[in-house]
Design a protein around this ligand. Structure first.
Ligand code: NDP
Length: 328
């Protein structure tokens, strides 16, 4: 039997946590033959709710779940962690200044980065889901100098999956007919879902669509604003699809991407495609032997270039703002 893998989830008592934990425990995060030990981190006032979720996890009698620890202490939560899912974050509340939001999140992601630095397993992989995810990931990464920078990633997989599904609907093809979708930049309204490098049954997706107006005025804003549309429709956020995307992100990072395809992940830039080195920005990546690489050598058309640059400029702004606040 294999040693259980320590998986830490922060914000475990939240909406996404509730949609995520059962899937992790059932084996969908790492694989159907990998036992996991869950570590739930919550703020003190939510520990009791996390305990309630843990009772339900117990009641599922998941064969792969070897134990659950619940704590409000980051050091304890990240001790020996191999997969860290940073879901808990300070939500944007009405009237809150951006600086206050960044500062509040600095207060969360700085100590979490330090705790990961102090206690994580050598193979640790970090996925930040809590928003502003890219910049929260940057804060955590900068406070974990002993962990290789590339282990800190942020989630754009939900945007990626949304783009796949919108395009599939438009063309009347199954999502499995689409390859090489890319989300570039920030997980925000400036993100750029790219149909010029995506392929539908081997054809360039933008050509298969052949409708630049739809691409600009419908597809891109629909993908970018899907979260708000879901809140509007169901009166609650897109927690289940966010949890599903987190599962996809980690599963592919551990188990690899399909031959001839890639996925979108926000990862520290190595300077590829003109994205300043160190910024955590979304790229097309392939994964082999548990290591991802940014897809190289793609030609970027002028339309795409401008969209990528705009989203990256926003990331630079966020980085400069957290720098000015002394958070990195
Ligand atoms: P959710 O579980 O719904 O969301 C958590 C975070 O994920 C938010 O920052 C949210 O961003 C982000 N997110 C990313 N993608 C999506 C998406 N598609 N749909 C919805 N959210 C998305 O929030 P809850 O308020 O239900 O739960 C948060 C939990 O985190 C609470 O239990 C709280 O106590 C805990 N928490 C724990 C901390 C810790 O462990 N140290 C620190 C802070 C909070 P957005 O705000 O943009 O919606």
């Amino acid at each position: 039997t294999r040693t259980p893998v320590n998986v830490t989830v922060t914000g475990a008592a939240g909406q996404i946590g509730y949609a995520l934990l059962f899937r992790i425990a059932s084996g969908q995060l790492l694989g159907a033959d990998v036992p996991v030990r869950l570590r739930l981190l919550e703020i003190p006032q939510a520990v009791k709710a996390a305990e309630g979720t843990a009772m339900e996890l117990d009641d599922c009698a998941f064969p792969l779940l070897s134990g659950i620890d619940i704590t409000d202490d980051a050091k304890t939560a990240f001790d020996g962690v191999s997969v860290a899912l940073l879901v808990g974050a300070r939500p944007r509340s009405k009237g809150m200044e951006r600086g206050d939001l960044l500062e509040a999140n600095g207060g969360i992601f700085k100590p979490q980065g330090e705790a990961i630095n102090a206690g994580a397993a050598d193979d640790v992989r970090v996925l930040v889901v809590g928003n502003p995810a890219n910049t929260n990931a940057l804060i955590a990464q900068r406070h974990a100098p002993d962990v290789p920078a590339e282990r800190f990633t942020a989630m754009t997989r939900l945007d990626h999956n949304r783009a796949l599904s919108q395009l599939a609907k438009k063309l009347g093809v199954p999502v499995t007919g689409i390859r090489k979708m890319t989300i570039w930049g920030n997980h925000s309204a400036t993100q750029y879902p790219d149909l010029f490098r995506a392929e539908v049954n081997g054809r360039v997706a933008a050509e298969a669509v052949n409708d630049q107006r739809w691409l600009e005025d419908d597809f891109i804003p629909t993908v970018a604003k899907r979260g708000a549309a879901i809140i509007e429709a169901r009166g609650a956020s897109s927690a289940a699809s966010a949890a599903n995307a987190a599962i996809d992100h980690v599963y592919d990072w551990v188990n690899g991407t399909a031959e001839g395809d890639w996925v979108s992940m926000a990862v520290p830039s190595d300077g590829s495609y003109g994205v300043p080195e160190g910024l955590i920005s979304s790229f097309p990546v392939t994964v082999e032997d548990g290591k991802y690489s940014i897809v190289q050598g793609l030609e970027i058309d002028e339309f795409s270039r401008a969209r990528i640059d705009a989203s990256v400029a926003e990331l630079v702004e966020e980085r400069d703002a957290v720098q000015a606040l002394g958070l990195i």
